[in-house]
Design a protein around this ligand. Structure first.
Ligand code: ASP
Length: 345
């Protein structure tokens, strides 16, 4: 007799488990039991589903690197006891958490599937049930050799599984809340669940998963815009403990050709700060050699973020700078794909 697959369902909070406060009318996180009572279908799975709840559950706008470390610990502590993990999380910062976890869980051999919903699970038209049920199915799915079909950190929403560190929240309104603009879907769930195995990472199956728990959040994201002021930019760059900057540029990675912009970036690089160029466009690649305005940035020491999401770039920096003192090592690894997060190599 084969043993039933086991999935650990981790509830961090978010709309999926929220209830309306009768006094204020606002949604607030609710107890996990409430959520489970609303999905009696879970009993129909031929799986063992255990649960773990963050205490207290939070709106994901309150997510922090400390919580990411806690999540990494929960998954690591239970790693060998379960075939897969489903993390229920608010949609607002889900792409940040999924990106962070993709870096913290190295050589992942089991699925870690994030999901949530736009409407609470207790509401008639909720999208939460399908999201939850299919996420559990994906987390437990294995091939004929017994390997997980999706050994990745993914985000499942509205019929699609996306690579976590490629994903951005695109809508606060539609059920189709997420998209991975620069990487195709890993799984499409319609009448059948189609696993696009050629797009899914292959870990070293014979090696253990290597967890990481440290993050260093001395990083800032800032956007360029016509009219940006020198004094304000210089103020940010001069912050003593700041180690890196995710700079959101125009189009294919362009910036205004103001002498002070290039001068400030050159000084930042010289002072050991890592500056990553990420486009304000959701889709496409930073190509600093394409226009003179981008080329100048490259000359000033700015590193291309290629087709990275902002969420992935900022969490990758937190991860790398907690490991490497030398900014040159951080720059080097930012140029490489370490978890399938950018289209290079
Ligand atoms: N504010 C909620 C959260 O991110 C939204 C959601 O769950 O969709 O926790």
């Amino acid at each position: 007799m084969s043993m039933a697959n086991k999935v650990l369902l981790i509830y961090t909070g978010g709309t999926i488990g929220m209830n309306r406060n009768p006094k204020t009318g606002a949604l607030e996180p609710f107890d996990f039991e409430h959520l489970l009572v609303n999905v009696p279908e879970l009993r129909e799975f031929e799986l063992v589903i255990d649960t773990y709840q963050f205490d207290p559950p939070i709106d994901s706008s309150d997510m922090t690197p400390a919580r990411w470390t806690e999540l990494s610990h929960v998954i690591t502590d239970h790693y060998l006891d379960y075939d897969g993990f489903v993390v229920l999380h608010g949609t607002d910062t889900m792409a940040y958490t999924a990106s962070a976890l993709s870096y913290m869980l190295e050589n992942l051999t089991r699925p870690v599937i994030f999901t949530g919903s736009q409407l609470p699970i207790g509401q008639l038209r909720t999208d939460g049930k399908e999201n939850l049920i299919t996420s559990i199915e994906i987390a437990a799915a294995k091939d004929e050799t017994g390997h997980a079909l999706v050994p990745e950190v993914g985000i499942y929403f509205n019929g699609h599984l996306l690579r976590g560190n490629r994903t951005t929240k695109q809508s606060a309104e539609e059920f189709n809340a997420f998209e991975s603009f620069n990487y195709p879907h890993l799984v499409d769930a319609g009448v059948n669940i189609t696993y696009h195995t050629d797009r899914i990472l292959t870990p070293k199956w014979d090696k253990p998963m290597k967890p990481h728990f440290r993050l260093d959040n001395n990083v800032i994201i800032f956007s360029l815009f016509p009219g940006i002021r020198e004094d304000l930019v210089r103020h940010i760059i001069a912050t003593p403990n700041l180690k890196s900057i995710v700079m959101r540029t125009f189009g294919s990675g362009n910036a205004p050709q103001l002498p002070w912009v290039l001068q400030a970036l050159r000084e930042a690089t010289r002072n050991g700060k890592v500056v990553i160029n990420i486009s304000q466009c959701m889709q496409g690649m930073v190509e600093m050699g394409r226009y003179d305005t981008g080329y100048q940035l490259q000359e000033a020491g700015v590193i291309s973020g290629y087709d990275s999401t902002v969420e992935s770039a900022v969490t990758k920096l937190m991860f790398l700078q907690s490991h490497y003192q030398d900014p040159e090592q951080v720059r080097e690894l930012m140029r490489q794909s370490i978890r399938g997060e950018i289209s290079v190599n």
